[in-house]
Design a protein around this ligand. Structure first.
Ligand code: MUC
Ligand code: MG
Length: 375
């Protein structure tokens, strides 16, 4: 059953609290969803997010939608979804870059191919190794007291025992103090990491990292701008604490470059920035062969995008730093009728057909920026 249509919509989903990063504070997250339909009316769905318009990275929700509508969709119509490798190859010949757009399209096609066969999508990627994956929570309320309260509550609920702190906004030394206070409050039960989101220069990194390292912080994410591979290599060489590349590690070619030059000793995987589910498995292979630690990243997608990613990560060997697939827990509402589950410090791998979650069409319409696109 070949693909008859591709539709893309931007949804604005409110969060339960402000989520503060270096470049943007999220109160409403713009996610992009795609729906592909076959000739029998069967549907495949996917979701990809970016953060803060064009402030986090080059891709924006508006560009993702426009470029799919204009340049990617013609290569998808009339194709057999199970040949998603061929479809994505055809697209790669005609469309440069646009990794988030490619990821969104490939994922919707994979969901459809799996649903046509009534199997979970992870079966198309070698089958799952895990039933659940360790999942971190990001403490990013911007307030030390609130962050400690949040961490203690989630430890009590056995929801998370890995916490990531966003420390790219404001005075670096004050932020280091904030981290150490939280570390003191929860260190006996939890592991803490920090994400600088490219905000430091190398001097600042050399002032802050030794203190964080001595304070017992377990990993430092993207301390320098994404382009500064040489600086990241010097930090990775100088410090014991793992230095993780995120914004600097996008395409498989860039990840190979980081591996070759040790511009970081670990990599954050994300489906959007790398260009799709197949590309993320390739990226993980490069990292594994180079002995780099892996982190199962997110761009804060809701249940649909998270289910997609959980399923894919479930087909990979255990990741050194676990995952941060907490997205659904940060949203006030869900666009699926069944939810991704979290228990015992893990996110549970959905087992239903496709990505294992079913879209709530009314909710999708409700949160769509432009009405009627996916109605
Ligand atoms: C990022 O840079 O890692 C992922 C989790 C979170 O809190 O922010 C995102 C983006
Ligand atoms: Mg990051």
């Amino acid at each position: 059953m070949n693909i008859q249509s591709v539709h893309v919509a931007i949804l604005d989903l409110p969060t339960i609290r402000p989520h503060q990063l270096a470049m943007h504070t999220i109160t409403e997250q713009a996610v992009v969803v795609a729906r592909v339909r076959d000739e029998e009316g069967r549907e495949g769905w996917s979701e990809i997010a970016t953060i803060g318009g064009a402030s986090y990275g080059e891709s924006t929700p508006e560009a993702i939608k426009a470029n799919i509508d204009t340049y990617l969709t013609p290569h998808v119509i009339g194709q057999d979804p199970i040949r998603f490798g061929k479809i994505m190859h055809d697209i790669s010949v005609h469309v440069r870059g646009n990794l988030h757009a490619k990821a969104l399209v490939e994922s919707a096609i994979v969901d459809l191919a799996a649903r046509q066969r009534n199997i979970p999508a992870y079966e198309l990627f070698g089958g799952k190794i895990h039933d659940g994956l360790p999942v971190a929570w990001t403490l990013a309320s911007g307030d030390t007291g609130k962050d400690i309260e949040e961490a203690k509550e989630f430890l009590r609920q056995k929801r998370h025992n890995i916490f990531k702190l966003k420390i790219g906004k404001g005075d670096p030394m004050k932020n280091v103090g904030h981290v150490l206070e939280i570390q003191k409050a929860v260190a006996d039960q939890a592991r803490l990491t920090v994400d600088v989101n490219q905000a430091w220069d190398e001097d600042t990194a050399n002032q802050c990292i030794p203190i964080l390292q001595d304070g017992g912080i377990s990993m430092i994410e993207q301390p320098l701008p994404g382009w500064n591979h040489e600086g990241m290599a010097r930090l990775a060489d100088r410090y014991r604490v793992p230095i993780l590349a995120d914004e600097g590690a996008t395409s498989i070619q860039e990840i190979f470059h980081i591996a070759k030059h040790r511009a970081g000793n670990s990599i954050a995987l994300k489906v959007g920035k790398t260009g799709g589910l197949t590309a993320v498995k390739q990226a993980a292979g490069i990292a594994e062969a180079a002995g780099l630690g892996l982190y199962g990243g997110t761009m804060i997608e809701s249940d649909l995008g998270t289910a997609m990613t959980v399923q894919l990560y479930s087909t990979m060997p255990p990741m050194k730093f676990g995952t941060e697939l907490f997205g659904p827990l940060l949203f006030k509402d869900s666009i699926t009728t069944n939810r991704v589950e979290f228990r015992d410090f893990n996110v549970i791998v959905p087992d239903g057909p496709g990505f294992g979650v079913d879209v709530d069409h009314e909710k999708v319409e409700h949160y769509s920026r432009e009405k009627g696109v996916l109605a």
